[in-house]
Design a protein. Structure first.
Length: 137
């Protein structure tokens, strides 16, 4: 396990965060919402308790991305930093792993929403097991 706290932030530096506790899991998400929100074929998230996560510079702007979830991003550069289900607000959140100063501090252990995986992503991390996501059909 990496040393704590873990720190990260957005592309322009206006938003910075610190995580003081261990993360609960890390996954590659292939859902269409993440693909469209990031412009990438997959987003890697790690889950934290919100009590262990602090914005130390700037503020996130939130947008409800579905009837179930919202995303927090830098209002200046648009970097997506946080995802959370509305039912989990105040308890846990997912943080975009690539926004960490040291993204190698977390390691994915599963994939979700593989039914939405883009066809040319064949062979992507085949060693990781697949888990059904909350919205997986």
């Amino acid at each position: 396990m990496p040393g704590f706290p873990l720190e990260g932030g957005c592309l322009c530096g206006a938003v910075r965060y610190r995580m003081n506790g261990e993360y609960e899991g890390c996954a590659h998400c292939h859902c269409r919402m993440c693909q469209k929100a990031s412009g990438a074929p997959v987003v890697t998230w790690f889950t934290v308790k919100e009590d262990d996560f602090d914005i130390v510079r700037g503020t996130l702007k939130f947008r409800q991305s579905s009837e179930h979830a919202e995303r927090g991003f830098c209002p200046d550069c648009g970097t997506q930093i946080l995802f959370r289900y509305l039912k989990d607000r105040g308890r846990s959140a997912d943080i975009a792993a690539a926004t960490l100063d040291d993204p190698d501090a977390v390691e994915p252990s599963f994939q979700i929403h593989v039914g939405s995986r883009i066809g040319w992503m064949h062979g992507f991390d085949p060693a990781l097991p697949v888990r059904k996501g909350a919205l997986e059909r």
